[in-house]
Design a protein. Structure first.
Length: 385
């Protein structure tokens, strides 16, 4: 761990390094001298932050810093950034709204037209600004539509009168009205000045913020094959496991059909280990893990997502659907569309895209097997990372 703090810098202040490690929660020398690779994701994040505190950079870039952290440690991280790194300029990427509210004072948002939008304030302030603008745009579009309908009705009436009386002046007025109808919504530019086509370009009604708020896509899992599990899908009895010492001791519980169960615990307490034991990837030192007869289990774990980082196939190739059209439609249901699903290797995907692809590939695997039915029991490991 000290090597991780020193990094490649020629620094020898071991006392300072140990003081920082104590401050992030590694209080004993035994904890401080253990191999970095043995730490959980949450503790690794703490050591990285300790390294930052040791080096004291002028600009700090944080990419999804709350991943793998439990709720108390997210609160700890927020406090650490504000108290220990308060003099640093920090740019962070995060989907954790509460975290953003605590650590940010300005927001840069990626817009759908490939430009950036700039907002002052925390995340709640940003969302309030966007909501107010959307409400303004909605009301403006209604006014524009009402005005168009009034002009169209006037044009129809003027045509009738022009045809009835053969009045050429009325036809000229109709042309003027039509031109006015075409320009409805373009009377003023974004700055409130009179709109000029040569300067402002054509618009299609109210100005749009061009911000994708990531509305969730609608999708559903296939129903699993019906089984008669009279008691429980999963039975765990007197389970014991540990590495260098006891980690899980005398664990007993049942999971029944239709239940939604969450495993809560601080980083390093054995949640990931328990999931691997339930999947059969690890063998208990004592006790049993039993799945109901004919029941199937599926899992979406970080291991599969990590494997995508080395995957040279494209998302479409990895999905291996019967036809390209079927594959594209399945990927689109999870928000994965466009040329990149057939042109870009999986290792180029962002973390969020990798999670989406992991979900759909796990589902497609379940569909192809066991009479085209899904799993009865799903293990979802850190799926919001």
């Amino acid at each position: 761990l000290l090597d991780a703090l020193y990094s490649d810098l020629d620094l020898s202040s071991e006392a300072k390094a140990r003081e920082i490690l104590v401050g992030i929660g590694l209080k004993t020398q035994e904890q401080q001298d253990q191999p970095f690779a043995q730490l959980s994701g949450g503790w690794k994040m703490r050591v990285f932050l300790g390294q930052i505190q040791f080096i004291r950079p002028h600009l700090l870039l944080l990419d999804e810093p709350t991943n793998h952290l439990d709720l108390p440690r997210i609160n700890w991280l927020s406090h650490f950034i504000n108290e220990q790194l308060g003099d640093m300029t920090i740019v962070t990427v995060s989907h954790d709204r509460s975290f953003l509210n605590v650590v940010t004072d300005s927001i840069i948002v990626f817009k759908t037209n490939l430009t950036l939008g700039y907002f002052q304030g925390d995340y709640d302030t940003f969302m309030a600004t966007v909501s107010e603008k959307e409400l303004f745009n909605s009301r403006l579009k209604e006014k524009i539509q009402d005005k168009k309908e009034r002009l169209e009705a006037q044009i129809v009436k003027m045509k009738q009168l022009a045809q009835k009386y053969g009045d050429n002046k009325r036809y000229a007025a109709i042309s003027s009205k039509k031109k006015k109808l075409e320009n409805v919504g373009n009377e003023k530019n974004a700055n409130g000045h009179r709109f000029k086509l040569t300067r402002d370009g054509a618009r299609t009604g109210a100005e749009d913020l061009l911000i994708d708020l990531h509305e969730p896509e609608s999708w559903s899992l296939p129903q699993p094959l019906e089984i008669h599990a009279t008691t429980s899908l999963l039975t765990v009895e007197k389970l014991n496991f540990g590495y260098n010492g006891p980690m899980l001791k005398n664990i007993t519980f049942n999971v029944h059909p239709g239940e939604r169960v969450v495993l809560l615990g601080c980083n390093g307490t054995g949640k990931s280990t328990l999931i691997e034991l339930l999947q059969g990837r690890l063998t208990p030192q004592w006790g049993i893990v039993k799945l109901a007869p004919l029941a199937r289990m599926g899992a979406l774990t970080q291991n599969f997502v990590e494997q995508l980082k080395d995957e040279s196939k494209t998302p479409l190739q990895l999905l291996d659907a019967k036809t390209e059209d079927i594959g594209r439609r399945h990927l689109a249901r999870f928000g994965l569309g466009g040329d990149f699903v057939s042109d870009s290797p999986c290792y180029t995907l962002s973390g969020g895209q990798a999670i989406r692809l992991a979900r759909i590939t796990r589902i497609m695997y379940a569909i192809r097997s066991y009479y085209a039915k899904s799993s009865h029991l799903h293990f979802l490991y850190e799926v919001s990372n």
